[in-house]
Design a protein around this ligand. Structure first.
Ligand code: FMN
Length: 191
């Protein structure tokens, strides 16, 4: 049996440090293989929010797919994966996934996860939210996707933004059964 595969979609919403933390942490699991799809919008947001180039982010993944490549492995349900995390997930990508409008590889890969009944975690990010945003989340929750807004939490007593960022990435990894080092769980240790 080969490595387990996870698809990481990064779209153009705010929250690029979460994507970085996610990809960096996935590197410590040798039996997992990462497939990154960085949307065009995400390339722009990455430049605003971090000092990383798109190529530097891509280098964190085992495989990086062109978002316009409809023939990529992850575009097919026969390519086995454990599922996909989209983080951050923009309202535009959320809408595309909710409607089955798969006009780029990120949307197609998410569509495949839904149709194959695989785990799809959406780290949605926007504020405030209007009725269509909420309706799209409601619709996808009903289709089995995990709606995991990139929300701050304080019970883990973060000392800095990096702590909070890692906690958010840790929540996403947790959905795949992966433990973020130092992840603080309620009711365990000093919490
Ligand atoms: C700095 C910056 C921050 C943004 N933040 C958000 C956001 O938090 N949520 C969102 O839905 N769109 C946000 N956008 C807009 C998206 O990038 C834009 O709608 C893009 O077309 C999304 O396309 P994609 O989902 O294919 O990446 C942001 C754009 C920029 C430049």
């Amino acid at each position: 049996m080969g490595k387990k595969r996870i698809i990481v979609g990064v779209s153009g919403a705010s929250g690029m440090p979460v994507a970085v933390a996610l990809l960096e942490t996935l590197r410590i699991f040798p039996d997992w293989e990462t497939h990154l799809i960085l949307s065009r919008g995400a390339e722009q947001t990455l430049r605003y929010e971090t000092d990383l180039t798109p190529d530097a982010l891509r280098a964190l993944a085992d495989y990086s797919h062109d978002p316009e490549d409809g023939g990529a492995s992850v575009a097919s349900g026969t390519f086995r994966t454990e599922g996909m995390a989209v983080a951050p997930c923009s309202m535009k990508s959320l809408a595309g996934i909710a409607c089955g409008y798969a006009d780029n590889l990120l949307l197609r890969a998410a569509d495949v996860c839904l149709k194959e009944r695989r785990l799809l975690v959406l780290g949605v990010r926007e504020t405030p939210l209007h009725a269509a945003h909420l309706a799209n989340m409601r619709r996808l929750a009903g289709m089995g996707a995990v709606i995991m807004p990139l929300m701050m939490s304080f019970y883990s007593r973060p000392r800095c933004i990096e702590d909070m960022t890692r906690h958010m990435a840790g929540k996403i990894l947790d959905a795949f059964g992966l433990e973020m080092p130092g992840f603080r769980r309620w009711g365990e240790g000093d919490l």
